[in-house]
Write a protein that binds this ligand. Sequence first.
Ligand code: UT7
Length: 321
Amino acid sequence: MKTRIIGTGSYLPENIVTNDDLSKIMDTSDEWISSRTGIKERHLVKDETTASMSIEAARRAMEDAGVTAEEIDLIILGTVSADYITPACACEVQAAIGAHRAVAFDINAACSGFMFALNIANAYLQAGIYKTALILGAETLSKIMDWSDRSTCVLFGDGAGAAVVRADDNVGLLAYDQGSDGARGMVLAGQNRTNNNPLVETSKELQYVHMDGQEVYKFAVTAVPASLQKVIAEAGLTVEDIDYFALHQANIRIIQSVAKRLKVSEDKFPISLDHCGNISAASVPILLDEMNKKGLLKPGMKIAMSGFGGGLTWASAVLEW
Ligand code: UT7
């Protein structure tokens, strides 16, 4: 039995903010952002929320898969920017789509969130507990950015991506790798709340994401190729057998470095970061949906996917489409 992706969907906010737009409100430039990251523009929310984007992405994935809400057993949503601490964003999705039979919960594995959701769903499906799952990555990162810190705020965007996965006798996930390195976690951190009770003096200062970009970069360019090589070998394949590599969209230079280390043409690495920026947990499913809707994904193709980031966490998979 394998876990097969049978439908994808995504949602990007209506409003687009270009690098030139940002250069009018902070000390940055299209030249700096484009040359260092490959990002040209990002979508930012005005009225959308993490839940509203997730719900739309979920509906599109269900329509693509041809499944009804009644058929969904499980909803897992990766996010670091849910609208509420509780209820989970996955529960908001459940309510909106009417998947009343499903069990729904959020997970936090930052930029690896969608890939972790895929692996958790895979475990449930492999165990025979559930048959059909809706997995999502969704972020409103703009609300946890310090808009006076040009070194982080220009990198990130908002959006949501979803996939429907189902147990299949023949086709689907061939191999999986995931890992965490909490000892290095503080190189990419965003604090939620400080202690707040009668015993402590409460800091009312708002906390935002901060990142040691170069450390995260070094982590990504070593962990990602190693993880991809591991899953490709475990799937009984070689890098030449892989038709596409769908990587977390953090920085074009990271993707180019991974392609170089694997000795694979960059043409096999589709890109969405140019028009989306880095959307953490949402970036892999949005990219996958774009590939799907462009008709790039054909039955029998071998797709390698990888997410990496906060935690630190990473996760890769190889699947047959
Ligand atoms: O999804 C989570 C995973 N995250 C990542 O994968 C991020 C990985 N890291 C990176 O992609 C890169 O490290 C960055 C794109 C974040 C930064 O690139 P960098 O080449 O490491 O630049 P830097 O941080 O060393 O900064 C170089 C210079 C500095 O100026 P000085 O000190 O050399 O005068 C910065 O102050 O660039 C300056 N700078 C900017 N200049 C214009 C930083 N941000 C900006 C900006 N516009 N937005």
